[in-house]
Write a protein that binds this ligand. Structure first.
Ligand SMILES: Nc1ncnc2c1ncn2[C@@H]1O[C@H](COP(=O)(O)O)[C@@H](OP(=O)(O)O)[C@H]1O
Ligand SMILES: [Mg+2]
Ligand SMILES: [Mg+2]
Ligand SMILES: [Mg+2]
Length: 354
């Protein structure tokens, strides 16, 4: 067995099961949305997906820690919401019973579900095996009917070794160019749903995220950029998450005239890794915000394994060993390795002028 093959199998199946749950919620009008302390939204889908994935990790790798975005305190007081999540969690099974068994089968009780959610409380750090989990990345996109991703990565001694992104609303077809509306009015109907994966040193792949089971894996690669002025660049939908102004100044200095493609979540990393887009820019809006490791760990590895380079706006590799946040980084610049240096130069020029 190659290195991390068991971890990859568990991660892929756990993410697949979680997407079955998020898809159910996606089609419900009432998504059980709460507003967190930082005013960001969380839904029954976020909680349910976190429970299922942590359950799968703990059944297979009981000593591993998890840095998960959500925690269950609000559910311990709100039994109506708790029971809504439990009904979802209980009814979500993989079609293939042997695959379901690999990820630990059903969660036995409501309390076990709450405990699983709360087991995402690792402080992170530079030692040992720690998973980074974002049960729904792009919750605002999820609520809006745009892109979202279920994101899971394994870090060993602070280095990302395995990364998986489940993107139910992206086209299955790796060669489909990014349509301008990829970030809005999306569905998970036929032809949609892709799972991106990577293991350090073993390349990146994509496979159809079918309801009946996962489809065949195939290698993915970033597209060589012959003429940077023709590149497609991706950015957040939310102007509060990255500076649309700086990003557009950088694009125009690179000679890019095409509109950026805006979409929520780490679907941006997956999209450039398979060559549907070329560059992902995320330049800070606020001087104090620290990016969360679960928003980047899987995408960082998938892009690097597909032939890309990922740094912050100062050219430093993303450092996942500093705890729950990327405390030593500012922003993200992801591009094919051959053009990353050039893009970074322009990023520095534009930011220096501020
Ligand atoms: N001020 C800010 N700057 C950068 N990222 C932010 C932010 N406030 C929230 N976020 C993060 O942005 C993520 C979404 O990124 P994107 O804009 O690329 O879709 C959110 O993930 P969640 O949706 O999982 O909470 C959240 O963690
Ligand atoms: Mg959130
Ligand atoms: Mg997120
Ligand atoms: Mg999230």
């Amino acid at each position: 067995m190659s290195t991390y093959s068991k971890e990859l199998e568990v991660a892929e199946l756990a993410v697949q099961r979680a997407t079955l749950l998020t898809k159910k919620v996606f089609h419900e009008k009432a998504k059980g949305t709460l507003s967190k302390d930082d005013k960001s939204p969380v839904t029954i889908g976020d909680f349910g997906a976190q429970a299922l994935i942590i359950h799968a990790i703990k059944q297979n790798f009981p000593d591993d820690e998890v840095v998960g975005e959500e925690e269950a305190s609000s559910l311990r007081d709100d039994h109506k919401l708790r029971d809504q999540i439990w009904a979802l969690v209980e009814s979500t099974r993989l079609a293939d019973p042997s695959a379901e068994k690999i990820i630990g089968g059903p969660i036995p009780t409501v309390d076990a579900m709450l405990d699983a959610i709360d087991a995402g409380n690792s402080a992170g750090g530079s030692k040992g095996r720690i998973w980074a989990l974002d049960p729904i990345d792009g919750t605002k996109g999820f609520l809006r009917g745009g892109q979202y991703a279920v994101c899971l990565a394994l870090m060993v001694d602070g280095d990302v070794k395995v990364g998986v992104l489940g993107c139910p609303n992206l086209p299955v077809d790796d060669s489909a160019p990014l349509s301008a509306d990829v970030g809005v009015d999306q569905t998970d109907s036929d032809g949609k749903g892709v799972l991106f994966s990577a293991v350090a040193g073993q390349g990146a792949t994509s496979r159809p995220l079918g309801t009946a089971g996962l489809g065949q894996s195939q290698p993915i690669h970033m597209k060589p950029v012959k003429d940077i002025s023709q590149a497609t660049f991706c950015e957040s939908v939310e102007a509060g998450h990255s500076s649309h102004g700086d990003q557009s100044a950088i694009a125009s200095k690179l000679g890019i005239t095409k509109q950026s493609v805006r979409m929520d979540s780490q679907a941006k990393y997956g999209s450039i890794a398979r060559g549907a887009g070329d560059i992902y820019l995320r330049l800070p809006v606020s001087a104090t915000y620290q990016e969360k490791i679960w928003d980047h760990a899987a995408g960082d590895l998938i892009v690097r394994e597909a032939g890309g380079q990922v740094t912050d706006s100062l050219g430093r590799r993303l450092d996942f060993s500093k705890g729950r946040t990327l405390a030593e980084n500012r922003g993200v610049v992801a591009a094919p390795a051959a053009v990353h240096g050039h893009v970074l130069e322009v990023v520095k020029e534009v930011l220096a002028k501020k």
